[in-house]
Design a protein around this ligand. Structure first.
Ligand SMILES: Cc1cc2nc3c(=O)[nH]c(=O)nc-3n(C[C@H](O)[C@H](O)[C@H](O)COP(=O)(O)O)c2cc1C
Ligand SMILES: [Fe+2]
Ligand SMILES: [Fe+2]
Length: 404
């Protein structure tokens, strides 16, 4: 990839990360992810957000900086919008090579710069409305957007070009290759980034949906012409498209979401599994789209993405050691952390002697404001009557979703 000039003197300098690594040490990225930094050249030079030493990110960025006539040694200002190490990991090395570097970050980021990198010198706190004049007409204005998704997060806006650099906000998973701008995408690529945005949002942003809505409101005062996030593509033709997509994703937080059902199931010996096919057919017979995931065979990241956009959820899991099958407890824990709230829900599952999965299910979902219809549980293998009962409940849920 080469450095890409987005506007006169403003370059995207980015690294594509491969697919083997887990993002944040937890989320699979089979399609990779891009780490984007931005070079703004006035009389002085600023770099907005950094990368970390991940795959060959440093080589990629060094090469592109050189192609844009710069280097980490010659940067005057580093703007840190967000302290997470995917955007700051390179800081110690940069500071070593460039001891005079001036760091601009939010007030809340200052102690984090010290804690993570032991840097206190030439660190300047800025807040909403503060600006940094780079000369030659380039002026950076800062806006705090706390908790999107760390408390110290801010966005940077270049006044003369109307480019917003919001770091993680408006980002997505997925590598970015020759098509970097929204207007270059093929319909397939558009769909690809839509899906990668959903999973990125559900995995790392959803918990903070209330703050996303607030940030969008705050940023709407700016005359934004381009959105250049630190993961994913740049929106120059239609920046409102990604803002609206984020607004919609944030709205799912309080429900209702889309008229779909996400069905997550697990089974050890096939007794719970026996119900899976009939339930899928029952929902489909009602004409409702159903997204099916099995755990632990599939990573929860994917179920979470579908659950985030679904108004209805179905869970199937057996009892295990007086509680639910452990991988499903992990799913519910992640859903609780991610605030998958206000859904319509049906649960079913097999047990051997006295059960326990349902009790733990209720305890774990207490705070999520779920409307649960009556569960179906049975001992051992399900008889015809039990299968019929579960089918009816799945249909009932599907009808409720349709009626939303
Ligand atoms: C390791 C293990 C622990 C279990 N613990 C319980 C339990 O505490 N209470 C219970 O009623 N059944 C328990 N069972 C029985 C299962 O819930 C039962 O076999 C059920 O039919 C399994 O459903 P599946 O075939 O979908 O995996 C346990 C089974 C296993 C293998
Ligand atoms: Fe982040
Ligand atoms: Fe990030």
């Amino acid at each position: 990839m080469k450095a890409i000039e987005i506007a006169d003197g403003i370059f995207r300098v980015a690294a594509n990360i491969g697919s083997k690594e887990l993002f944040e040490g937890i989320w699979p990225i089979p399609e990779g992810v891009s780490l984007n930094t931005y070079l703004v050249k006035g009389e002085k030079t600023a770099l907005i957000d950094l990368v970390k030493d991940w795959d060959d990110a440093l080589d990629q960025v060094n090469e592109q900086l050189a192609a844009a006539g710069s280097s980490i040694e010659s940067i005057d200002y580093l703007i840190i919008n967000h302290m997470e190490p995917d955007h700051t990991g390179w800081l110690s090395e940069m500071k070593e090579k460039n001891p005079g570097l001036k760091i601009y970050c939010s007030k809340k980021a200052v102690p984090l710069v010290k804690a993570f990198y032991k840097i206190e010198e030439n660190v300047f706190a800025v807040g909403s409305g503060d600006s940094l004049d780079l000369g030659n007409g380039k002026v950076l204005v800062f806006e705090d957007i706390p908790n999107v998704h760390w408390p110290e997060t801010m966005a940077t806006f270049e006044k003369s070009t109307g480019i917003l650099f919001p770091c993680d906000a408006f980002g997505s998973y997925g590598q970015v290759n020759e098509h970097v701008f929204d207007d270059q995408l093929t319909p397939e690529e558009e769909k690809f980034y839509e899906e990668e945005t959903l999973r990125y949002y559900a995995n790392i942003v959803s918990t903070f949906s209330g703050f996303v809505t607030k940030a969008i409101k705050k940023l709407s005062d700016l005359d934004i012409k381009v959105i250049a996030p630190s993961h994913g593509i740049i929106w120059r033709k239609n920046p409102s498209k990604i803002v609206e997509a984020y607004q919609k994703l944030a709205s799912y937080h309080n429900g209702p979401a889309e008229k779909e059902i996400t069905f997550i199931w697990s089974s050890m010996y096939g007794n719970t599994e026996k119900m899976v096919e009939p339930i899928i057919k029952a929902v489909e017979a009602e004409g409702v789209k159903i997204n099916v995931h099995r755990v632990p065979q599939e990573h929860v990241s994917f179920a979470l993405a579908d659950a985030w956009k679904s108004a209805g959820l179905i869970f199937g899991m057996p009892t295990y050691e007086y509680r639910m099958f452990p991988p499903m407890a992990n799913v519910l824990d992640i859903f609780d952390r991610s605030h998958v709230k206000s859904r319509k829900v049906f649960r079913f599952g097999s047990y051997g002697w006295s059960g326990g999965a349902q009790k733990q299910f209720q305890e774990m979902t207490e705070g999520l404001k779920w409307e649960c219809i009556e569960p179906v549980e049975w001992q051992g293998r399900a008889d015809e009557e039990t299968v019929e009962k579960a089918i009816n409940q799945a249909k009932e849920l599907a009808r409720q979703i349709k009626a939303l």
